[in-house]
Ligand binder design. Sequence first.
Ligand code: 5GP
Length: 215
Amino acid sequence: MRNSSASTIDRRGVMLVLSSPSGAGKSSIAREILSKNSEIELSVSVTTRAQRPSEIEGTHYHFIDQKRFSAMRDRNELLEWAEVHGNFYGTPRDPVEEALSAGRDVLFDIDWQGTRQLHERMPEDLVRIFVLPPSIDELKSRLERRAEDSADVIAKRLANSALEMEQWSEYDYVIINEKLELSVARVQSILDAERMRRDRVVGINMFVEGLINQL
Ligand code: 5GP
């Protein structure tokens, strides 16, 4: 019988969003969470931004031109989209819907504008975490250490960080990223707890019935 043992209970996937100002360390947290959890996959965004030397097409982003981006947006192929630091970014709809319907979790590294759109569309699936830097000095030095962006790109990102940080109160959880391992452990506990929310564990009724029937 389906759902007769605890390990076969179906659950709805979690849509886990990580947002932060550029340089707060959110991508490192995302990388660690992905490597520790086989049931979660990264939503790979499309972007019109230029590819950084360390980035791999299809792994970090799908790098596309403005024309293709507009076409995808107009065909409603993006679950959300936004202009961030002068470039366009968007979440392709199909992979997210496929993952969720298969009971897998999806991790989103997107900004507050996109998070707001996802929240309007699928509030019950979304878990929003905002990552703050421990200080502005640390934010600056992380941006500079990355050394893949030009000085004017770094300056633009720093200038935008005030507006981004002001959005923290729209999120469910806030993490101050002082130490990577600690932040990863905190995101992991949020994910573990959210996976067990009663309304996500869709097969629990049959499981409880099965338990009771054995009495
Ligand atoms: P970066 O250029 O540093 O990779 O990303 C810049 C910002 O765009 C980051 O805050 C990142 O989270 C955000 N971003 C990346 N992909 C998407 C997306 O698909 N949608 C939205 N709304 N923001 C995104």
